[in-house]
Design a protein around this ligand. Structure first.
Ligand code: AMP
Length: 114
């Protein structure tokens, strides 16, 4: 498994604007935000891509989603709305090969893709 810059952020070897943490998940602001709120929810356990998760990881993936929705509610924009995105591999636009969920909010999101 390649050591990514997100692993370094999790180990506090690189700085990040951390907004949420629990035993399994770290969330920090994206360095190149695409919306007024743009936070990355990252499992501390390292998976390169969503393809590397198995059925055994379903509880962790569920908690990753719930961490994002709980944080959105806590920040007060859950009812207004937000977008969650996971990019997978090059065709999906992934650039950092440590699984992460983008949470974006604070503006009307551009056109739906699906
Ligand atoms: P993805 O393209 O889905 O792999 O997303 C990777 C995201 O990580 C991009 O939105 C980058 O802006 C973001 N990013 C890269 N380096 C850092 C960093 N040091 N701290 C916070 N976000 C970062």
């Amino acid at each position: 498994m390649t050591d990514t810059l997100f692993d370094k952020i999790i180990r506090r070897e690189l700085p990040a604007d951390i907004v949420y943490e629990d035993d399994e998940i770290l969330a920090f602001r994206d360095i190149h935000p695409q919306a007024p709120v743009h936070v990355l929810f990252v499992p501390k356990k390292s998976f390169a891509t969503l393809n590397d998760c198995t059925a055994a990881d379903a509880p962790l993936l569920g908690r990753l989603l719930l961490a994002a929705s709980t944080w959105a509610r806590r920040e007060g924009f859950a009812d207004d709305g937000y977008r969650c995105v996971i990019n997978c591999n090059r065709g999906g636009g992934q650039t950092v090969y440590h699984l992460h969920l983008h949470l974006m909010a604070g503006k009307q999101m551009p056109e739906r893709m699906v």
